[in-house]
Design a protein around this ligand. Sequence first.
Ligand code: ADP
Length: 219
Amino acid sequence: ARKTDDGGIVVIGLGRFGSHLADALTKLDHEVLAVDRNQERVQHWSDRLDRVVQADATEEDVLRQLGVADFRRAVVALGASVEASVLTVLALTELGVPQIWARANSEKHAKILGAVGAHHVIFPEAETGERVAHLIVSKMLDFIEFGDDFAIAKVRVPEGMVGRPLRELAADRYGVQVIGAKLPGERFRHAEPDIVLQKESVLIVEGGTVQVQRFAALA
Ligand code: ADP
């Protein structure tokens, strides 16, 4: 398959997070070089990913020999070891990789990663935990919060709107905007005013976090 020609992505660490990430990037048609020091992990993933190599990513010279300096992006997906993740980010910085993403376990860890050159720091467990908490206590089907109290959610159609066109749904009264709609068996599309909502329809709404949650509760 022809890959998206954007310089490829190095994924370091094939634990639960890194392996899902590498798999998703591959499915998105990006060239992925995956690195893990554990031979079993490497063997396991070499069937599914294009290039998997066994190496200690904290070693700058090893990364250089693997051609990591030619990649535009790298993700340090190491979990448990703060030392290994910091040393790996440092090695990638020394190699001049233009975009370094790194996974942090804590705010302090994140600060150190930034100080040694990470451009983006991610907190997968914290972010997922927070998102799932919202899903559990609300009727939202999916939810992303962007900070500054702004969110986008996937919600069911409010009771009383079934059989009526979207234009009659006074979403702005609740402080949200409907931006997309999906009728049963169809794909999502832009929120055109004449879409007639059905029982199993799903909406995408944007607005303040509390407003979005209140809107979801109308279903
Ligand atoms: P997760 O929480 O995503 O499962 P883990 O910390 O369990 O994360 O897994 C991290 C992965 O990173 C493991 O597969 C481990 O073998 C690998 N790893 C740890 N240190 C290094 C290193 N220095 N170089 C390359 N891979 C490493």
